[in-house]
Design a protein around this ligand. Sequence first.
Ligand code: HMG
Ligand code: MG
Length: 297
Amino acid sequence: NLPNRVTIIEVGPRDGLQNEKLLVPTHIKKQFISALKDAGIQEMELTSFVSPKWVPQMSDAAEIVADSSDDQVRNIVLAPNRKGIDRVYTTNCKAVAVFVGVSNSFNLKNINKTTQDSMTELKPIIHELKEKNYSVRACISTAFYCPYEGRIEESDTLKLCREFVDAGVDELSVADTIGMASPTESYSLFSKLKEEFSHTLLTAHFHDTRKLGLANILAALQAGINRFDSSAGGLGGCPFAPGASGNTATEDVVYMLERMGIETGIDLHKLMSAIEIVRPYVSRKIESGYYRLYAQN
Ligand code: HMG
Ligand code: MG
């Protein structure tokens, strides 16, 4: 009962680059985004409207989205608060991702607010976004483990998801921020999400810190999930989650799915060309299995 087709939400330009030590030039980011679209990416997190003091790498957000409205791709931008949303309103972006941690300690480090204070701020914002016909995605961080609090109770994650669904979001992207979930835990949580939130787009977001990303994706697939966040080249990580490494690499996910007969619509060869655009500008070595083989040939 696996799906015939899976949607990949490419998060490389946002999650992939937010943690880089050196600033990637804006025109290189734009070339990267455009090459990813050319490779067949249909949904993508382009950037985030966060504080440039907190995350200098995303300070060119307005420029990144300046000419990104005239295509068929769902261009998503992140915003953590009212100030971020007001910045989004000055652009053509029509899909917004808000983000909150299940873990209060993580949320304080990431957004400087308790989880509940973030929710109090975000609920009317979500309502407003829906009234203005925006598509709203909620990213749920530390859904399995927190770098500060350890294991997170499934019931706490489900409760936060419920609050977002009740507030009217279209999509939940549920994240293993520090790549610590096991396939058993992935299957268990995504089965429950699938059962409870049958009218919400459900997406799994795995970081590959312990190289369990693909196994966790397979487990989530078996639980009925058909949307996955991943990052070209396996770049990424949250600057406020110590120990977080990159997302599961898009090329490894696509390769696995295509070998299983599951369509993604993504051209691996063109995806390699997209990676080659940013590779000289990132400090991280590209270590995905698929890229290593490609680079040897
Ligand atoms: P704060 O310092 O508490 O903000 O930061 P504040 O409200 O006190 O305002 C301080 C100053 O920042 C003011 O400017 C504001 O205008 C400005 P000043 O008066 O001093 O000149 N400011 C902003 N500027 C631009 N854009 C904004 C904004 N908001 C305030 N949106 C804040 C609070 C939320 C801003 C900060 O903590 C922040 O930017 N955090 C974002 C952290 C982040 O980007 N983390 C990574 C993304 S989440 C992630 O990676 C996880 C995910 O991948 C899933 C997973 O793997 O878990 C999604
Ligand atoms: Mg992430």
